[in-house]
Write a protein that binds this ligand. Structure first.
Ligand SMILES: [Zn+2]
Ligand SMILES: [Zn+2]
Length: 184
């Protein structure tokens, strides 16, 4: 049995938040289906299944919790204030809720997911629905902080072929100063 000593999560604005101690972890699934992609705005959604009894009353406490029935078998829940996708609930699953793992808090006290992954139980699903460009995105360089980000990059005259002070800007940013404040 897999148990998470401590896990916590929240929506972006923290109106919805939860903490579980010694909760049994059902499964971790990374879903590539179109509904998950659309609802999250991302190319896939990793979910962790936790006991409903440990999480649900905490989610319900928030008056910003909003339901959207994305199919006749599942409801998706969002924060009406910040828009975060916080939970998926299958009507036929009485004991389980699925929490998008991007909402997990990065607190050092939390159980590290790396130590509990199990490739005999956890997997990617709906591979056939995967966005055709997902692996191409994944292969792009991974830069620190804002990487190659160019402010207002679609404005006239800003061409990649004409880097100029753009390159300087990127180099300056590599120092990482003031980056935390600039996160949006
Ligand atoms: Zn929120
Ligand atoms: Zn899905």
């Amino acid at each position: 049995m897999r148990v998470a000593k401590l896990l916590s999560g929240s929506c972006m604005c923290r109106s919805i938040h939860w903490t579980v101690k010694d909760a049994r972890i059902g499964q971790i699934l990374i879903c590539h289906c179109e509904l998950c992609r659309k609802s999250s705005g991302s190319v896939n959604v990793p979910f962790i299944a936790l006991p409903k009894s440990a999480v649900w009353t905490q989610l319900e406490k928030s008056d910003t919790l909003q339901k959207y029935s994305s199919s006749n078998v599942a409801d998706r829940y969002f924060c009406s204030k910040c828009g975060s996708f916080v939970c998926m609930d299958y009507s036929h699953e009485k004991s389980t809720v699925w929490l998008p793992m991007g909402t997990l808090s990065s607190s050092k006290e939390n159980t590290s997911i790396e130590t509990i992954l199990d490739s005999t139980k956890d997997c990617h699903i709906f591979k056939e629905d995967q966005a055709s460009f997902e692996s191409a995105l994944d292969a792009l360089p991974r830069e620190e902080y804002f990487g190659y980000y160019k402010s207002d990059c679609c404005s006239a005259g800003k061409e990649w072929d004409d880097l100029g002070d753009w390159k300087e800007e990127i180099d300056e940013r590599a120092t990482g100063e003031d980056v935390e404040d600039a996160k949006t």
